[in-house]
Design a protein around this ligand. Sequence first.
Ligand code: 76R
Length: 286
Amino acid sequence: MTTAHPPRPQVASDIPAVPLTTEGYSVLHQMMRLRRSAWRALPSTDKSLIAKEAKEALSPMEKNSAGQSALYSLIGHKGDLMLIHFRNSFADLNQAELILANLRLSDYLEPTTSYLSIIELGLYESTLKIYKELTDQGIEPHSDQWKAEIECKLNRHKEAMHPRLFPEIPASRYVCFYPMDRRRGEEKNWYTLPIEERARQMNEHGLVGRRYAGEVKQIITGSIGFDDWEWGVDLFADDPLVFKKLIYEMRFDEVSAVYALFGQFYVGVRVAAASLEKLLNGELPK
Ligand code: 76R
């Protein structure tokens, strides 16, 4: 006797591979080296005037309600200063960059690197639910109705997630920034895994992360199409040891152990724009 197999559910094979994401602030990291010998050679009145002009440009950016900027003193040889800018658009980021480039201080600063990205919330779990709901209703993926339904659902997410998409820059004393990729190797390739499997691994990742909720604030930015890596990771904490503990523990997550590739790490100490002159003159404000 032959039993007819039930028809294979179409959903898994038909649904798009890409998870839904919602985006918030556009983000620019700027790493810079201070040309110390040229700076030191300046008369102190010039140093003061140059620092004052820069402070007056940066201070309002720190408090900007449409996306803040923050200044960090970088530890190590990868740069002396790091600026993080959150803005409503790439054009606004570029404007912030131009304002700073136009300051006299910029004659004494050399960019060592920079990173352009956008705050991204990956919605793996909701994506599976939404894709299933729509296919159960017989809505064809990529059809106009599909796109409209998804847009509507994403808009609701975006409203609910507003504080996480458009956050203030955390006031923590330390920042740790690094870019990363998911592996696309011949054998291990994140992008060829079924979306359900990626969702499972991301869920595990989130569970580890959530245990650090009170100690560290993480902001994930997406940079596919914008910069040389796929994501930027910003971690903010008052105790830098937390970065090591969290990142070490995450190395054992399947999604990191098998699929994560990392760029350079930048660790900095937050400095108020009001203390810029001290910093330029070799004193890290308390
Ligand atoms: O945002 C959320 O809370 C939802 C769960 C979540 C997502 C979707 C989450 C939670 N992350 C997400 C996405 Mn993360 N994260 C990293 C790193 O060093 C490593 O091994 C990896 C670097 C850290 C330290 C970290 C911390 N996360 C991502 C993505 C996008 C991937 C994609 O969409 O495919 C990357 C690249 C990434 C990497 N993550 C958390 C944390 C922490 C601390 C949390 C919990 C946050 C909280 O709930 O408060």
